[in-house]
Design a binder for this molecule. Sequence first.
Ligand code: PLP
Length: 406
Amino acid sequence: MKLNPHIAALPAGYLFAEIAKRVKMYSQEHPEADILKLGIGDVTRPLSAYVAGKMADAAAAMATKEGFHGYGPDYGYDFLINTIIEHDYVPYGVNLTEEEVFISDGAKSDVGNLQELFAPDAVIAVTDPVYPVYVDSNAMAGRLGEYQDGKWSRLVYLPCNAENGFVPSVPEEHVDVIYLCYPNNPTGTVLTKEQLKPFVDYALRNDAVIVCDSAYKAFITTENVPHSIYEVEGAEKCAIECCSFSKTAGFTGVRCGYMVIPKALMGDVNGEKISLNRMWQRRSSTKFNGVSFPVQVASAAVYDEQGWQEVMESIAAYRENARIIREGLEKAGCTVFGGVDSPYVWMKTPNGMKSWDFFDLLLTKAHVVGTPGEGFGPSGEGYFRLTAFNTKENTIEAVRRIVSVL
Ligand code: PLP
């Protein structure tokens, strides 16, 4: 049996497994330790009761003759697509047609599956540190070369660090695909329209495509931070946008997201211009049968007045936690980034400590778990991620403990 050598050669899913292993070992040796987790990237607050009610109604309707729904449209129901366009795009001056929005089971599937559209030898660029799915999904397709000393030989890394203010430079060489994620996981930082524009200009000049992961856009509050890459002129000719209800509406366990592939976006196959929208339609109709009807009803209900009010209460609570972390650490003299338009706070480890050493220090002395920056890529070394998804009480207590250790 011949297997995919690229999947077999992937480095082990090291980061969260290693964190879990270290926490487990410490807990076994110190069963009395009350460990607070600020490493989680999952939401913790319950669903909006209004939205869950709509989902329950739709599920109940499936047991009736009138309300039953079998296979839905592969790309999503029009009622959800139109609601998304009306609420997430029209207010920002972005006009989309129904055929340009694809409903999915979440942004991870979309950003992971999209690489099927790119040539086997396409050159990929990612910001560094990075959400690992962009890298690993391309590695599985054999595009990234050899993995040595924590780096892939054919991957272009665009460092984001305190020195460049977490604003990556456009690639110096030709690349075919650039993955961007804003608001960023793990750094919690954002780009303004002016800072995004060079990427759009680069992509237009180089016939490249930008895959923009906007899973955290519901956290944006700062003016001039775009809610969509299509607010930047020309982006409809070079960008795909992936969005999710996971963080917006606490849907990590419900599963719904969407992807925008504008019709104006064209790629190249042997010199012939081909529409990525058409290609994705073709790919999806073969490999995907859509998101369940009750989940699409619930997703549309997020935008109803009451649904929106309730989901924004949760976002506000996470934002408040991010503020508590950011301000608490700043007061203690730490250098911190993010945490304003994002649930993630990215701190510099004190005295240049290695990020895993800082992890061990916080685990053993403060009983707080965070995520070592090195796990997100080479430029993450010397940084540490704390998340705002725990309760307010636990967040306050965790910050108190971290500060006392520092
Ligand atoms: N994109 C980023 C940047 C994320 O951090 C996450 C989850 O943590 C996802 C996508 C996954 O989103 P979804 O739950 O919609 O698959």
